[in-house]
Design a protein around this ligand. Structure first.
Ligand code: ADP
Ligand code: MG
Length: 683
């Protein structure tokens, strides 16, 4: 029961049936067609054990209109005794035509008398886990439902009058009357379902709005921007002008930082829109005010790139930057941690090693999380805890290149402020995307030869998924896979492709990058590619996020049909970063699934990350879109983001009203629905 999360009475009451069985009526054997699942009642005429292919119990049942044979391969001696000739049985199962006439295999059997009443409601069939029988679960749920406090706590007007009360809705959904149109239960359009979905959405909206309100009571260091301060000096050494969109979001962030409440902001912008520099400017404001910053990235390659860039920009301005990743040697790690703890390093860049328990900050004022969708909620909570001792929380800026469609943002990110960079830096030529069958591989390699001859650089990405590096696990999460669902290893061998390209492009330096290489080697390969020493980089998805080499103008993705849409978009975003026109070639092998086709088509049709995100949501559905680990994704059990948009809007309005006018009611509602999970939702 605990495994199913059925701890409190209310959890049991909310454990809804998967489907129902109709035990409210009897069918005459005469009327039952083969393949029907029916309930019949009759007398046992014969009962014997036979050895056919194996030992079995055969019972002949007669209901006056016809006969059926009940066949049991597994049975107890007590059952054989109890189901003796002359006994009245009520059985439920599928009627089929067997070798020895009509039969039911392993029906559900109940010994009854002539006046045993039929069920009045449909019988629920609950989701269960191995070993937990339905009969047990039914009893547990029924008594949980009875005990649960389901009094109406929502004030009148919040719930449409046509909907049942919560108690009525749940009683009904567990035991619907047999005359209900089953379709309204299946498509969740029945008023009882509406009530339940609405309750759930309301709880979620409330908890997020509450989190937002609570944050207003939390304290954070106020970090006002100072004229002539570090961020202005940084601006003056940048080799480019900020775009208007960068300036706008920069101002939004600066205003948050100046306030003595923790910022909790998501910075979204398409790949290549220039989020890093916005983050760096925010960090400059914080450091100028005398506080430390932490920048956390999901992979070492990305973290290292940020590190180099930030060191390049900030060290000349007198800022000391520490470096922390899991792969550092113990001694080096201790040294870096000491610099962070003493405050000597004003900025620390790294992977999630940055938030490990041993890492102590002297004065953490601002935490920056790049590609936030790659991190779990737990990690965000951990980061926010880093300043707890001082009774202050750090400001938090999360960055994401996967724009969140509006419905999702409203449901899952209602407690976040969102800043959006909606334009790319000038001078970029749009990427042209082409789809080729793998049989045209040679043409593609020819094209690579031309590009390399012109001095351009090329990425070739292979979907080798069997890597246990953090980056690839994250990729799995982002693609909504879990590790035991991974495609087989030999799908496309990155080293083989590396060999193939090295042979075909004799005279050109072809690099190889995958998660299994030692960290130092990964860094070395990446550095050589950045410097232009390698013409081609054959890589796995370790380069998916953030990697920035402006001279690369051709991206080939092999087995593109295997990648998720947002992943393809991320990968494509590695090119088109300089002024040269860039091309992305998607190689696929047949046959293509429908969703594979839809993904490739979307890639050809649009370069716009928001449009990509919308289509991705259509193709995959919200659960997968957000990734299994994302906050709340697993918590919406009843509502459906695609179909329940109007309910979401309504829940949002009611949540605002309740928090304003009836805060105690709001509190009770959240407690009832989310209980111990409430804390988690706030991250
Ligand atoms: P992302 O938003 O995907 O993280 P980056 O921050 O990596 O994008 O920026 C992509 C590239 O664009 C980098 O090389 C960066 O230096 C450059 N860049 C950022 N802002 C501008 C700008 N305003 N003008 C020109 N280039 C810019
Ligand atoms: Mg980035």
């Amino acid at each position: 029961m605990d495994k199913l999360g059925l701890v409190r009475d209310i959890d049991l009451a909310l454990h809804l049936p998967l489907r129902y069985e109709d035990e409210t009526r009897l069918t005459l054997l005469r009327d039952a067609r083969d393949g029907d699942t029916v309930q019949v009642e009759g007398m046992v005429r014969d009962n014997r054990i036979e050895m056919r292919s194996r030992r079995q119990l055969l019972i002949k049942l007669d209901d006056g209109s016809g006969e059926v044979q009940l066949r049991f391969l597994n049975f107890y001696a007590t059952q054989q005794k109890a189901w003796a000739p002359g006994v009245r049985l009520r059985v439920r199962g599928e009627v089929r035509h067997g070798f020895f006439g009509r039969e039911m295999m392993h029906p559900a059997v109940k010994v009854v008398s002539a006046d045993t009443p039929l069920a009045e409601a449909l019988t629920p069939v609950y989701p269960t886990s191995a070993g937990l029988p339905q009969t047990y679960l039914r009893k547990a749920v029924a008594s949980g439902l009875e005990r649960a406090h389901l009094d109406e706590i929502l004030p009148p007007g919040v719930v449409p009058a046509a909907w049942p009360t919560l108690r009525q809705a749940l009683n009904f959904l567990h035991h619907p009357s047999p005359d209900v149109p089953l379709a309204t239960l299946e498509d969740h359009s029945h008023p009882a379902w509406m009530r339940l979905k609405y309750e759930e959405l309301l709880a979620q909206q409330l908890s997020q709005l509450q989190a937002r309100q609570e944050r207003a009571h939390l304290k954070a260091p106020a970090l006002p921007s100072r004229a002539g301060g570090l961020h202005e000096r940084l601006l003056s050494v940048l080799p480019f002008q900020l775009t208007p969109a960068q300036r706008r979001v920069g101002d939004e962030i600066a205003q948050d930082l100046a306030r003595p409440q923790p910022m909790h902001r998501l910075l979204q912008g398409d790949v290549g829109s220039g989020k890093t520099v916005v983050a760096a400017l925010a960090a400059a404001v914080a450091m100028d005010a005398g506080w430390q910053c932490a920048l956390m990235a999901p992979t070492e390659i990305l973290a290292e790139q940020h590190f180099r860039k930030l060191v390049g920009w900030l060290e000349p301005l007198g800022i000391k930057v520490a470096w922390l990743t899991g792969s550092l040697k113990a001694k080096a790690k201790r040294e870096q941690m000491a610099m962070v703890a003493s405050g000597e390093a004003q900025l620390v860049v790294g992977t999630h090693a940055v938030i490990q328990d041993q890492v102590e900050f002297a004065r953490l004022g601002l935490a920056l999380i790049d590609e936030q969708h790659r991190f779990g909620v737990a990690q965000r909570l951990q980061l926010r805890g880093k300043l707890k001792g001082a009774d202050l929380e750090p400001h938090l800026l999360m960055m994401s290149a996967t724009p969140i469609p509006r419905t999702l943002a409203m449901t899952y990110l209602a407690d976040l402020e969102v800043s959006t960079i909606d334009e790319l830096p000038p001078g970029r030529t749009p990427i042209v995307t082409k789809v080729f069958a793998d049989s045209r591989r040679d043409e593609v390699i020819e094209r690579i030869r031309d590009e390399a001859a012109k001095g351009s650089q090329v990425y070739w990405v292979c979907p080798l998924i069997d890597e246990t590096q953090e980056s690839d696990q994250a990729a799995d999460q982002a693609a909504g896979r879990n590790s035991n669902q991974r495609p087989p290893l030999d799908l496309s061998n990155v080293t083989q492709t590396h060999q193939e390209l090295s042979d075909a492009l004799a005279g050109r330096a072809v690099g190889l990058l995958h998660g299994r290489l030692p960290t130092a080697e990964k860094a070395e390969v990446m550095a050589r590619f950045s410097k232009g020493e390698l013409s081609v980089l054959v890589a796995t998805t370790v380069i998916e996020v953030g990697v920035d080499v402006p001279n690369a103008s051709l991206m080939v993705i092999e087995h593109a049909e295997r990648f998720g849409l947002s992943q393809l978009h991320q990968l494509r975003g590695r090119v088109g970063r300089g002024a040269v026109a860039s091309v992305c070639v998607l190689l696929y092998s047949s046959p293509l699934s429908d969703s594979g086709k839809a993904r490739l088509k979307a890639m050809v049709e649009t370069n716009d990350g928001f449009e990509i995100a919308r289509r991705d949501l259509d193709i995959r559905g919200p659960g997968e879109f957000m990734g299994a680990r994302q906050s709340g994704a697993a918590l919406l059990r009843f509502a459906d983001l695609g179909e329940d948009q109007p309910l979401i809007e309504r829940a949002r309005e009611s949540a605002q009203m309740l928090l304003r006018d009836h805060p105690h009611i709001a509190q009770r509602h959240v407690q009832r629905w989310l209980g111990h999970k409430a804390e988690y939702l706030k991250a």
